[in-house]
Design a protein around this ligand. Structure first.
Ligand code: DLL
Length: 424
């Protein structure tokens, strides 16, 4: 089922042509950062690359040092920028647990590149010029709102830039303006559903949901799709690669997330040794940007876990490799009583229980030095804590305590949902 493409030529390049293009762009990028940025030059020199002219391309990629959020933080605010300050046109920023933010600056060309990647995602989902699109991630330092905006301009959509919050107004605007494409962080889709029900409003014109920024369990996805009556897409990207959609999205064939390989090289590496893993093995994604100027990243360790599922041409006609949905982050694996698991596995198991609602918390408690886990979840009448515990035990191999709350009993959050809480 070949589907429409925003850039058909680029999206269907053969893997051989993609490799040649990547090779050329990689050499240009590595030489560029070595020439323009002291911090990166020093890093490469320490890894043995003293002369930019010595770098010969893809075959040597695995010899280059990896980079991480730490590098962004050490060089805050613009210590890794490779272009003169007067050529910068925008910036976005994410803050993490340590406080020092990660900043991504953009030139006009970088904004174009972002818009191109996003426009490809919109058209891949089935958008057509003039389609009303509601952009619900916040417009500000978070890259979600503006990235979706730049791409929607390029794809010629009718933009309803609501930003985050005020869910009742979001539902009213979606109804009044006939929103066809709804975008947001995954947990916001759940919130919209809830408020639609409270307001007793249906949105039959809404057909497509583009969600990301958080792990998306298959169970949650099915619920959102059936209850909203939409086809949903899993969009991927991050501040350091240039924002939402830069890395790609899944297509209607639903066989993995296509990564825009003419703009990025994706490697799957062992999180401990940083060695490249073979296709099919799960590891940490490391990303090299090929077409960005203000701050190109080389072998950036994303912290996200996934695997390459295929490099074959997809049923949608695209040739760019596909990765599995993000299964977790290197830093969010939980170990309870010797069992390792990711929050997404708990979500998936919860969504299998009829009557359980998509609002939950995983609370890690430490009692006398022993870690235990409690799952608080909202559910309709009839679902008991015992039932939840029994199902989680079957699925996860250990027995968290299960506390059931009435619908609306757990706090609602804006933006990315915090699911894991630590209680001493
Ligand atoms: O979350 C970009 C984004 C905005 C993507 C809106 C999709 C929709 P950051 O705030 O820098 O940027 O966070 C990036 O979010 O490393 C992943 O851990 C996570 N993430 C992003 N997309 C997905 C996804 C935005 N589709 C971090 N599935 C990344 C799972 C995702 N996790």
């Amino acid at each position: 089922m070949p589907n429409c493409m925003f850039s058909p030529e680029a999206e269907t390049l053969s893997q051989d042509s993609l490799k040649m293009l990547q090779n050329r762009r990689l050499i240009e990028t590595v030489r560029f950062v070595i020439e323009k940025n002291d911090y990166m030059r020093r890093q490469f020199r320490e890894a043995g690359l003293t002369d930019a002219a010595d770098f010969r391309g893809l075959d040597q990629l695995a010899d280059l040092p990896t980079s991480s959020k730490e590098d962004f933080r050490k060089t805050y605010p613009l210590g890794m920028c490779c272009v003169p300050a007067e050529t910068l046109r925008e910036m976005h920023m994410s803050s993490g647990s340590t406080g020092t933010p990660v900043v991504m600056p953009y030139t006009a060309g970088d904004l174009e590149q972002w818009a191109e990647c996003m426009a490809r995602c919109y058209v891949m989902a089935g958008s057509k010029p003039g389609d009303p699109i509601q952009i619900t991630p916040s417009f500000g330092l978070f890259n979600g709102g503006f990235g979706m905006y730049h791409g929607a301009r390029k794809a010629e959509l009718f933009i309803i830039p609501t930003g985050s919050g005020n869910t009742e107004r979001q539902v009213k605007l979606a109804k009044d303006f006939g929103t066809r494409i709804f975008t947001g962080v995954v947990s916001y889709a759940v919130r919209i559903l809830e408020v639609m029900r409270e307001m007793n409003i249906e949105l039959p014109q809404m057909k497509l949901g583009i969600f990301g920024a958080e792990s998306f369990s298959e169970g949650m996805r099915k619920r959102i799709e059936s209850e909203l009556g939409i086809q949903s897409y899993d969009i991927y990207g991050m501040t350091e690669t240039g924002g939402v959609g830069t890395l790609g999205m899944d297509c209607p064939a639903r066989q993995g997330i296509h990564v825009w390989e003419d703009h990025y090289i994706l490697e799957v590496i062992d999180p401990a040794t940083h060695k490249v893993l073979p296709d099919g093995e799960t590891g940490e994604l490391a990303v090299t940007s090929l077409t960005r100027k203000a701050l190109p990243v080389i072998r950036f360790r994303t912290g996200d876990l996934s695997k390459i599922v295929s490099r074959e041409k997809c049923a949608c006609g695209r040739t760019h490799l596909r990765i599995a949905p993000i299964s977790g982050r290197t830093d969010d694996m939980l170990i309870i009583k010797g069992v390792n698991f990711f929050p997404k596995q708990v979500e998936n198991a919860l969504m299998e229980i009829p009557g359980v609602l998509p609002h939950y918390q995983i609370v890690i408690e430490e009692i006398d030095g022993v870690r235990d886990v409690r799952v608080n979840v909202e559910a309709e009448e009839g679902v008991t804590g015992y039932l939840v515990e029994k199902h989680l035990k079957e699925r996860l191999g250990f027995s968290p305590k299960g506390d059931v709350y009435k619908p609306g009993g757990l706090p609602r959050q804006e933006g990315k949902a915090q699911r894991v809480f630590y209680k001493k």
